[in-house]
Design a protein around this ligand. Structure first.
Ligand code: ADP
Ligand code: ASP
Ligand code: MG
Length: 480
């Protein structure tokens, strides 16, 4: 018995045209596999220039505007959301009963959205918990419409909210699944449907705590949902359908000639995702790797292209070649500097404890030009809180001159080159620095130790795209 999990991203369900294409891809999979499970994102970008609505962004922005007292924003959002979803229903769902029922369900969810935003407005603040309930509405609408579209196309399908079976902790906005209850409940909900030949169409992105409070797995989390479900069902393969031909050598929005990478190891793709390649949620690989379930990233709009296969055998890597370049913008480089620091025990420990107290996660830690500095990178919006916390922590050391100060360089970006073994391959760093030097791009810091398949550098944000282009020229052409 073969089982495939197919995940469709926002653009794959962005409008009726895209959903038709998605239905065609699912029909192909049904012909090939005994069982198919579909995981969907909320409706995203449409190819129609008149439709610029990305549902999750709109929901979150409206909730934040409500907290700031803006009632018109969420009323406007409701109208835009209603237009987008009802247009898809009209175009795709031909079965009259289904059309009526799904329309009513979408309206109920949108009424829920307005009610929640109204309470947020009254309270004048929006908690992470409320944001999760609101953000997850997009997937709940999309799953109902896609299941309806499949039924109208003559397939057996049923929409399911993953809140009933992806059980998570209560870290709202970035919840972690509890694998044991998730496995048991996912099997209990999905296996009976599969046995009856029904395609479950499951909401990506969302789960719920053991008490049933809705959570989300973080932005881009539908990828992670698909692998959690695949692991729970012991699936044979996961297909991650997006709007480009697989994982590319770099962000095609920066380098339009970026190429598809045929195979990537789990470590390589995890580094890429962590360091800014938005094509996969950084945690997608972990549940699959444990069970050795292969993952293929493919293009809904070019389904005959093989895309990228993620493999778990490190021997299949490129052996020291640079395979990809990624970038994270909007970061700040924080430096704790001082010539007297060497003699003071525990500075590093205290530094990161102080950062942790601000609830900030650190992207990379590095040695700056001087050994006596501690230097690390955080999201830009956290920089001032981090600097404040460090100044307080080291008040005495700053006063007596052991620490010169705590500085933040706010126009920074992280560039990462990825390829298994590169940090141990002689000459790679040299080529990276020469390529940047030739473009007169200054490197503020480098981190090479954390993983053998990535080298990360800090450059000024204004040179970020130039640096990506220069380093992309070092990627090895994949065989045709
Ligand atoms: P989906 O909604 O299908 O999950 P995402 O927007 O999350 O799609 O991710 C796909 C997008 O990621 C692509 O359209 C592309 O612009 C961007 N991207 C950035 N870096 C890469 C990369 N290295 N390979 C492929 N896509 C990338
Ligand atoms: N819709 C969610 C987001 O935009 C999850 C996803 O698309 O993967 O972040
Ligand atoms: Mg995505």
């Amino acid at each position: 018995m073969s089982l495939a999990v197919l995940k469709f991203g926002g653009t794959s369900v962005g409008d009726a045209h895209a959903m038709r294409q998605t239905v065609a891809v699912i029909r192909e999979a049904v012909a090939q596999y005994d069982h198919v499970v579909v995981v969907t994102s909320a409706m995203g970008k449409s190819a129609d220039p008149n439709d610029t609505v990305k549902v999750t962004d709109l929901l979150l922005n409206a909730a934040r505007a409500a907290a700031a007292g803006d009632a018109e924003a969420y009323r406007r959002a409701r109208r835009a959301l209603a237009d987008k979803h009802h247009a898809a229903i009209e175009a795709l769902i031909t079965l009259p009963n289904d059309r009526q029922r799904i329309s009513a369900e979408v309206d109920d969810l949108l009424t829920g959205f307005e009610t929640l935003c109204a309470s947020v407005q009254v309270l004048g603040e929006v908690t992470p918990r409320a944001l999760d309930t609101i953000a997850g509405l997009g997937e709940r609408m999309a799953a109902r419409i896609l299941a309806g579209a499949l039924r109208s196309a003559g397939l057996l399908a049923e929409a399911l909210d993953a809140t009933a079976f992806i059980i998570t902790n209560d870290r709202f906005q970035a919840a972690t699944p509890l694998m044991e209850p998730t496995r048991e409940k996912t099997r209990a909900h999905l296996l009976p449907l599969l046995e009856r030949g029904v395609i479950p169409v499951v909401t990506g992105f969302i789960g719920a705590t053991q008490n049933g409070i809705p959570t989300t797995l973080g932005r881009g989390g539908s990828d992670y949902s698909a692998s959690i479900i695949a692991a729970a069902l012991d699936a044979d393969i996961v297909f991650n359908y997006t709007d480009v031909d697989g994982v590319l050598t770099t962000d095609p929005r920066i380098v339009p000639e970026a190429r598809t990478i045929e195979t990537l190891t789990a470590k390589e793709v995890s580094e890429m995702a962590y360091f800014g390649a938005s094509v996969l949620h950084p945690l997608t690989i972990a549940p699959l790797m444990e069970k050795n379930i292969p993952l293929r990233v493919k293009n809904t709009f070019n389904p005959s292209h093989p895309g990228t296969l993620i493999v778990y055998d490190d021997a299949e890597s490129g052996g020291g070649a640079i395979k990809a370049v990624t970038a994270i913008k909007n970061v700040s480089m924080i430096t704790v500097a001082g010539s007297g620091m060497k003699g003071v025990p525990g500075i590093a420990g205290r530094t990161f404890m102080a950062v942790a107290r601000t609830g900030t996660s650190v992207f990379m830690i590095s040695q700056a030009s001087s050994e006596q500095n501690i230097c690390f990178v955080v999201p830009r919006q956290s920089a001032s809180a981090v600097v404040e916390a460090l100044k307080q922590e080291f008040e005495n050391e700053i006063a007596n001159g052991e620490i010169d100060g705590v500085y933040s360089f706010d126009q920074a970006s992280i560039i990462t080159v990825v390829g298994a073994g590169i940090s141990e391959t002689p000459g790679v760093s040299g080529r990276v620095f020469s390529a940047l030097g030739a473009e007169r791009i200054n490197v503020f810091a480098i981190a090479q130790g954390s993983s053998e398949c990535a080298i990360s550098l800090i450059v000024a944000e204004e040179r970020c795209n130039d640096a990506v282009r220069a380093l992309h020229r070092l990627t090895e052409p994949t065989p045709a």
